[in-house]
Design a protein around this ligand. Structure first.
Ligand code: ZN
Length: 214
């Protein structure tokens, strides 16, 4: 790297597809440090790489990154990650759609999602004293369960940490303000990720889907 001027290094990067660019981040600490920064110039390199890697028949992911993700995180989440973020089990490409949880910004296998999340009936049973206000303060994943209907799942660790925060306030007014802010933040986040879930569904239901990307 010392021998390659930075502008030449970046010029090379701009012509690499996502997989090659990612491989470059594994070559040495310096490359990793440069390519994982959130500097606009580096974000643009990853954007170019994402576009360069598109399948012409079904470009994915076409949307720009969500507000909560950098371009690198977005590419990782949609194009590169193929393991459960908890147990690290490899997830087959055709199953990734059902394992990508935008609400929790995680790829998760079926076993881990059962272990790491909690549904509303279980919250009522296991954490009966949880304040009602808190339900709007966390993102949730909604799934359809046979004979039950729609079920909301919350990430258990997040629920516990938000509950701890809720009880840490000494001033009621401060607590109310925090709850309102959190609820607004979650509402905006849930509204935003909806379009990314649609994007995934569109790709999933497209007949060509299983051949797309990498
Ligand atoms: Zn897992």
């Amino acid at each position: 790297m010392e021998k390659i001027p930075p502008e030449i290094f970046l010029e090379i990067c701009i012509h690499l597809c996502v997989k090659d660019l990612y491989t470059l981040t594994l070559v040495c600490k310096l490359y990793r440090k440069i390519l994982w920064t959130k500097a606009i110039s580096i974000q643009k390199i990853w954007t170019c790489s994402r576009i360069l890697s598109f399948d012409p028949l079904l470009p994915y992911p076409l949307l720009p990154p969500s507000k909560s993700m950098s371009e690198q995180e977005y590419i990782w989440f949609t194009m590169l990650a193929d393991k459960c973020s908890i147990c690290k089990t490899k997830i087959e490409k055709q199953n990734l759609f059902g394992c990508r949880y935008w609400e929790f910004s995680r790829i998760c296998c079926k076993k881990c999602i059962e272990e790491k999340t909690i549904s509303v009936p279980f919250i009522k049973k296991d954490i009966p004293k949880i304040p009602k206000d808190l339900s709007g303060c966390l993102p949730y994943h909604e799934r359809r369960v046979l004979n039950v209907g729609d079920e909301k799942l919350y990430w258990l660790d997040d629920l516990r940490s938000i509950q701890k925060k809720y009880y840490s306030f000494k001033n009621e007014q401060e607590k109310d303000n925090w709850v309102k802010e959190k609820q607004q933040e979650v509402k905006e986040f849930m509204d935003e990720i909806r379009k990314y879930k649609w994007q995934d569904e569109y790709v999933y239901f497209f007949p060509y889907a299983f051949n797309v990307n990498i």
